[in-house]
Design a protein around this ligand. Structure first.
Ligand SMILES: N[C@@H](CCC(=O)N[C@@H](CS)C(=O)NCC(=O)O)C(=O)O
Length: 256
């Protein structure tokens, strides 16, 4: 997120710090994470949901350190090293974990082929519609643009809400759709505070769904104290963030 290093809290805090402390022992799977990153949180939620053994390593992806660039050439978190081999990209990692650790339950991709594909359609929707709309809203400086992007986000969330069976997207089963969205729900208080956003304006179904995601233990256990997110998001709110994602949004490109 392109914040000068001295303003980024170096490690996870609050409940997430306790989760980090439980995952320091060497394992087949090394999880390279930045505590503040919503993409990291996706993979982290999947690891926690399924009880997969992993070793947590904190990385500041803005430093682009040589060792980390050998793991992910773009220098983005999350990334993993599995039995000495590197992989990255949050959703690809969560799918990889399904394949590499099938015995760890519950799976977050349904077995039934139709439902599996249906889940992927809505995960794609979250990545291509909800996440960019949320970033545009956060970064927008012009009041008219803010109104437009707020409406865009609410419409996108309402449409997702219409598909939700409750309490989670597929019903009782917690799936990749929930994993893909939850980190942006955890952070929506920023838009509530600064952009006039309210969950209920995206409809009752979406609000109930978002409230349920926020209460899920794996989501809580991978979230740091709110105060430490503030310096990071302040840069986004002023549209000064220099992360690859922030630059892409500013230039109207797809988010990497
Ligand atoms: N599409 C990637 C995005 C990962 C990403 O953008 N991570 C951010 C932190 S939230 C990062 O490492 N940024 C460093 C940079 O932009 O230089 C994923 O799903 O993993």
């Amino acid at each position: 997120m392109g914040v000068p290093d001295e303003h980024i809290h170096p490690v996870a805090t609050g409940v997430a710090a306790q989760t980090v402390a439980k995952h320091q022992e060497p394992q087949d799977l090394i999880f390279y994470a930045g505590w503040f990153c919503p993409y990291v949180q996706r993979t982290w939620i999947a690891l926690e949901e399924r009880g997969i053994p992993y070793q947590y390593k904190e990385v500041n992806p803005y430093k682009k350190e040589k060792h980390f660039l050998e793991i992910n050439p773009k220098g983005l978190v999350p990334a993993v090293e599995y039995q000495g081999k590197a992989l990255y990209k949050s959703l690809i990692l969560t799918e990889f974990l399904e394949d590499a650790y099938p015995e760890y339950k519950p799976n977050i991709l349904p077995k039934d082929p139709y439902t599996r594909a249906y889940v992927r359609i809505w995960v794609d929707y979250i990545s291509k519609t909800i996440v960019p709309a949320s970033m545009r809203l956060t970064q927008a400086q012009d009041p008219e643009k803010r109104k437009e992007y707020l409406q865009e986000l609410l419409n996108a969330q309402r449409k997702l809400g219409e598909q939700v069976k409750g309490p989670y997207f597929l019903g009782e089963e917690f799936s990749l759709v929930d994993v893909a969205l939850a980190p942006w729900i955890v952070r929506d208080w920023i838009s509530v505070k600064h952009r006039g956003y309210r969950r209920e304006d995206a409809g009752e179904a979406f609000k109930n769904y978002a409230d349920n995601l926020a209460k899920r233990p794996s989501v809580i256990n991978t979230s740091s104290d709110e105060e430490h997110y503030i310096p990071i998001y302040d840069r986004y709110l002023r549209d000064e963030a220099q992360s690859e994602a922030a630059k892409a949004v500013r230039q109207g490109r797809d988010i990497p």
